[in-house]
Design a protein around this ligand. Structure first.
Ligand SMILES: NC(=O)c1ccc[n+]([C@@H]2O[C@H](COP(=O)([O-])OP(=O)(O)OC[C@H]3O[C@@H](n4cnc5c(N)ncnc54)[C@H](O)[C@@H]3O)[C@@H](O)[C@H]2O)c1
Length: 369
């Protein structure tokens, strides 16, 4: 079945929480996608979300999955529900796109890609920001050899300060969250897109501040007890021989470090926040006096303010395109490899051993438009 030739892909969303509006507004930018309806465990939320956007409110998740008028399910439930909801949707014969992490653990995620193949459907996963103009401009610079052979990378996963803006951020400080599984996927996915697959991981992690005060407007909790590591440092060994140093922290509130830098034999590339699509990619050759901003390989998705950069939908369009025969870039296979690397930081911290990854992932096809 192809979509774009005959009709748009019909999308149903499961989970109508904080990120829901950004999916609805973001997906509206893609003519290939048409949002049909939504479902949530909390039916009052389903009704409000559906009324806000003039879409169908399904009575339950089962009702949405039983509708033959839904082609793609977007799973934006919290991480601990990702695997079960995705599995149910795949078994219902739907193509599925799930928010990051692809599942809360490697063990939960492992059967899902095979399940998708058995069910004859495609399975995609966030993040999708590496499809944007910044990551693709950096990718082209590397592919064109502008910094020579990459030798090392630095990535610094910063604090999202969710205590100050998310009404119920508890899941971000519990297993399945933390800087590693909440924001780490944006950084490691971007790095796999640039450098290729990861072979080994070693790291140390800990809980920093054990209780977080929630100050967000409209909050439904006043404080959070932290039950997952919030500060980690890791050494990432890429299969190509590139060595990465990765810091991930919900304890560092202010800093001067870059988001991602790639160091090559001929120069350095500095890359903006991989939690957004666009921004300046800057390069400085080893013997150049100044940094220069590279022209983007295609126009940015919009202004650099967070309201635009946080819009979602590119990965759902990528999935619909893959059903139509285009390369599947934001694939669950890629997300699984990234999850395995992030979980390995914890494993290594516990065992004090270097972890060799069992999975790999191809660099996704580069985008030129
Ligand atoms: N909030 C953000 O800015 C943001 C940004 C990027 C990605 N994400 C990701 O999106 C996902 C959702 O985040 P959120 O902030 O919207 O969470 P949220 O807690 O605000 O909303 C989750 C919704 O899912 C519903 N839900 C829970 N279990 C369910 C189940 N089994 N079946 C159906 N509905 C269920 C809840 O009732 C809730 O309405 C997470 O994976 C998160 O990492 C969030």
């Amino acid at each position: 079945m192809t979509f774009s030739a005959t009709r748009p892909a019909r999308v149903g969303i499961i989970g109508t929480g904080n990120i829901f509006d950004r999916y609805v507004n973001g997906m509206a930018r893609y003519p290939r996608l048409r949002l049909t309806g939504c479902a949530d465990l909390d039916h009052a939320r389903t009704l409000k979300a559906a009324a806000d956007h003039g879409i169908r409110a399904y009575a339950s998740v089962d009702a949405l999955l039983g509708d033959p008028g839904v082609d793609i399910v977007v799973n934006i439930t919290p991480p601990l529900a990702h695997a079960a909801v995705s599995a149910q949707a795949l078994r219902a014969g739907k193509h599925v796109y799930v928010e990051k992490p692809v599942a809360a653990t490697v063990a939960e995620a492992a059967p899902l890609t095979a399940l998708a193949r058995e069910c004859g459907v495609l399975f995609g996963s966030a993040p999708d920001t590496f499809l944007g103009s910044a990551a693709q401009t950096a990718r082209k610079a590397l592919d064109d050899g502008l910094i020579g052979q990459p030798v090392g990378v630095t990535a610094f996963v910063t604090h999202s300060k969710a205590e100050t803006w998310h009404p119920n951020p508890g899941f971000l400080f519990a297993p399945g969250g933390g800087p590693g599984l909440d924001l780490g996927p944006y950084y490691l996915t971007s790095l796999v897109n640039l450098i290729g697959p990861i072979a080994t991981v070693s790291g140390l992690s800990r809980i920093g501040a054990p209780v977080r005060e929630v100050t967000s407007p409209g909050r439904t909790v006043e404080s959070i007890e932290v039950t997952t590591p919030t500060h980690a440092a890791a050494v990432i060994g890429f299969s190509s021989g590139v060595i990465g140093s990765l810091q991930m922290s919900f304890d560092v509130w202010n800093h001067h470090l870059p988001f991602i830098e790639v160091y090559g034999t001929d120069g350095t590339l500095t890359i903006p926040d991989p939690n957004g699509f666009d921004g300046d990619v800057r390069l400085r050759g080893n013997r150049e006096e100044q940094w220069r901003t590279l022209p983007p390989v295609f126009p940015p998705s919009g202004p650099l303010d967070m309201d635009v950069q946080m819009l979602r939908g590119a990965g759902v369009d990528d999935l619909a395109g893959a059903v139509d025969g285009a390369p599947h870039r934001a694939s669950a296979e890629l997300a699984f490899h990234v999850l395995e690397a992030l979980e390995a930081v914890e494993t290594s911290s516990g065992s004090r051993q270097v972890v060799e990854l069992t999975s790999t992932a191809e660099r996704p096809a580069a985008r030129t438009q």
